[in-house]
Design a binder for this molecule. Structure first.
Ligand code: PMP
Length: 368
């Protein structure tokens, strides 16, 4: 194969990327896949048909570039988010990109960068430091409490000490599952001198109100990031978005690549959004399954972290990587998020959850 003799060490990689690992959730074909926090319910036939029709119509214009500003899609997202949160939002409050990862990257391209820093409260979403590295933004981790909740006085002290240019608050937090109440968020916003990104990828599952309610008050620092990948069951479609003051979106226009959202993506996302009531109808069922799984795990003797999302962090393993492998050997793929003695499982369909619990019972008998 051409180039086989060249190694990464031979390349003139930027110093801050040397020795780093890429994002790497394993993509394995096994019977029960519970490792990337997707919605386990497949799209309805009606949604599939509407997406196919919309994409076919959009394909007639494939020789032209798409709407660079995705105005129709952003307008649909504004309608959805206004209805979901009770805060009126217009198209100028919304920006969209290929997944919320791209949203986060664009925010760091505009507000992070060389000489700037980004803070997160760890353990949290592993892409936040990776996107910081990719944009040459210095990553400053601050710790959560031992029970994985956000220790607000400690968080505020860390913000005051480091004065990060960007702060990530993930709510509900991945991988630990808890949400942050608006009063706690206010304390962080008041302490922040830079931008605060509230990453609400799992917002639809949360019992807490969306940070969108604070946009009017904190327009010069708050950005709320959301996605269609989780509750919306559109992970394969790649559509993330944010809500913020219109000036924030003006800032992002400076860094976005022109035509970043393909005509096919825009058409498919708009068609999927038409079915939001039906898709989000599964959220309550997933939450009920989550509560069933959490109770069963606790009954088996595992330490269950309270979850406000569609996944559960649970612990009690002497060797979490070895236990992760034991689940996999029995056909159940969950996630080792690097927290000693803990593993994370996404809530699946009832039969998948039963399969997961069956293995959990076997391992509990042998281990904790
Ligand atoms: N934020 C959090 C907290 C996540 O867990 C994820 C997905 N794992 C994302 C953002 C990114 O999701 P996407 O790019 O699919 O919108």
């Amino acid at each position: 194969m051409p180039g086989q003799g060249v190694t990464l060490a031979d390349l003139p990689l930027r110093d801050n990327l040397r020795g780093k690992s890429p994002y790497g959730a394993p993509q394995l074909q096994v019977p029960v896949i519970l490792n990337t926090n997707e919605n386990p319910h497949p799209p309805s036939q009606a949604l599939i048909d509407d997406v196919a029709k919309a994409v076919a119509a959009a394909a007639e214009d494939l020789h032209r570039y798409p709407d660079r500003d995705a105005v129709a899609l952003r307008s649909d997202l504004a309608d959805y988010l206004s209805a979901a949160t009770g805060t009126p939002l217009s198209v100028d409050n919304i920006w969209a990109a290929n997944g919320s990862n791209e949203i986060l990257q664009q925010i760091l391209q505009a507000f992070g960068g060389p000489g700037r820093s980004a803070m997160g409260f760890v353990p949290s979403y592993s892409m936040h430091p990776i996107i910081s590295d990719g944009t040459q933004t210095r990553w400053v981790p601050a710790q959560r409490a031992d029970d994985f909740t956000l220790d607000v006085p400690r968080a505020v002290a860390a913000v005051a000490e480091h004065k990060p240019d960007v702060i990530f608050v993930t709510s509900p937090n991945n991988p630990t599952g808890g949400s942050i109440p608006l009063t706690d968020l206010r304390a962080i916003l008041d302490a922040a001198t830079g931008i605060v990104i509230v990453d609400e990828a799992y917002g639809e599952f949360s019992s807490q109100p969306s940070a969108v309610a604070l946009l009017d008050e904190y327009g010069s620092k708050l950005i709320v990031s959301r996605t269609m990948s989780k509750a919306f069951a559109f992970a394969g479609g790649r559509l993330g978005y944010l809500a913020a003051a219109p000036a924030m979106i003006e800032a992002l226009l400076l860094v976005r690549l022109p035509y970043h959202l393909s005509v096919l993506t825009q058409a498919a996302a708009r068609a999927a959004l038409q079915h939001s009531a039906e898709t989000l109808g599964n959220v309550a069922a997933i939450a009920a399954e989550r509560d069933r799984v959490a109770a069963a795990l606790a009954e088996l003797g595992y330490a269950v972290t309270p979850s406000d999302s569609n996944f559960i962090l649970f612990g009690g393993f002497a060797d979490a990587p070895a236990s992760w492998q034991r689940y996999l050997d029995r056909g159940v793929l969950i996630r080792d998020v690097g927290i000693p003695s803990f593993l994370r499982a996404t809530i699946g369909l009832p039969a998948e959850n039963d399969a997961f619990l069956k293995v959990s019972a076997e391992l509990a008998a042998a281990e904790p």
